[in-house]
Ligand binder design. Structure first.
Ligand code: PEP
Ligand code: MN
Length: 339
């Protein structure tokens, strides 16, 4: 960090800042300019509280230089991280996989019909929540382990990689024993104990951006998973909460190139939660691929009118199949592949 002193700061005040920096176990380099003096702090200062220095007499402001996240930062690793869910479902390469499926696993017939539709459309992953984070406690909460068993059966028939959400640290081992990838939902983006728990298990993690987390906060949260030793983190832009109410959330597609600049982790876009309306999903899927997304996660239900959750934003198997060829063409235009 750089400590910028006020123009009227005294020599004693500058010396005091230097002493505090040394007390922190860091080195200093004092640059005396014509108008003001700055103290460049040398060394990894990320564990130090910049706020403490900010209130020291004579200090104008403290400017951080290092990203607050280390393992996630692009500057630490130039090559992109590849996250493999199965042989055909790898995120972060030229190929752009699609995970599709219902919001929730409802019953055997529904999840098998979904899996067949996802496979027929040429997608690589099947999503479906067995544990659901519902805004209302009286809403359908998911089938629990029974839902995980149905997902495993769908994988056995289709070969699709299974992505499903985990809500609590105590259920991580159970979900991990069935899934190919654990989803952390938007509401748990800053549930740090849960992030640590999925960081300790071996399966990849699809980590959704919180409803109101900034990019900076999001990457610091991802760091919790990485710091526990799990390098296989897929970020997911799923829309954020803004004043705009014509959609359920505002899908922040500029987050995709921004995240690519800041991190080596792959980034998937979820146009379903990102818009909340099935009629907007195809266009935003194409836009997501054009923005450089490393994958898509789309809600698809064999019978959206009767879906138990998120029917309004779920497209049909036929609509998914119809969407895929145009995604292939968009991908080609930016030198990527979709099937
Ligand atoms: C979901 O994927 O069904 C879900 C609950 O998503 P989010 O956490 O993004 O709201
Ligand atoms: Mn959903």
């Amino acid at each position: 960090m750089i400590v910028v002193m006020k123009s009227e700061a005294t020599k004693e005040q500058i010396d005091h800042v230097v002493a505090l920096v040394r007390e922190m176990g860091l080195n200093d380099h004092v640059i005396v300019g014509t108008d003001l003096t700055v103290v460049a702090v040398i060394g990894d200062d990320r564990k130090k509280d910049k706020g403490a220095l900010e209130q020291v007499p004579g200090v104008d402001r403290v400017v951080p230089i290092l990203h607050p996240y280390k393992i996630a930062a692009r500057e630490m690793k130039k090559e992109r991280t590849l996250v493999k869910l199965s042989d055909s479902c790898v995120f972060g390469s030229k190929h752009v996989p699609v995970i599709a499926g219902p919001c929730s696993v409802e019953n055997e017939e529904q999840i098998m019909a979904s899996a067949r539709g996802v496979k027929a459309a040429g997608c690589q992953g099947l999503r479906g929540g067995a544990f659901k984070p519902r805004t209302n406690p009286y809403s359908f909460q998911g089938l629990g382990e029974e839902g995980l068993k149905l997902l495993a059966a769908a994988r056995a028939e289709t070969g699709l990689a299974i992505v499903t959400e985990v809500l609590t640290p105590t259920e991580v081992d159970l979900v991990s024993s069935y899934a190919d990838c654990l989803q952390i939902g938007a509401r748990n983006c800053q549930n740090f104990k849960l992030l640590e728990a999925v960081g300790k298990q071996p399966k990849p993690v699809l980590f959704k951006r919180g409803l109101s987390t900034t990019i900076d906060e999001y990457l610091q949260a991802a760091e919790y998973i990485l710091a526990e030793g799990n390098p296989n983190v897929i970020l997911c832009e799923r829309g954020i909460r803004t004043f705009e109410d014509h959609t359920r959330n505002t899908l922040s597609l500029s987050a995709v190139p921004e995240l690519h600049e800041r991190t080596h982790l792959p980034i998937v876009v979820d146009p379903s939660h990102g818009t909340g309306y099935a009629r907007l999903v195809a266009d935003m899927s194409r836009a997501a691929v054009a923005s450089g997304a490393d994958g898509l996660m789309i809600e698809m239900h064999p019978d959206p009118e009767h879906a138990m959750t998120d029917g309004g934003q779920s497209i049909t198997p036929a609509a998914l199949k119809e969407l895929m060829p145009s995604l292939v063409r968009v991908a080609q235009a930016i030198d990527r592949t979709m099937n």
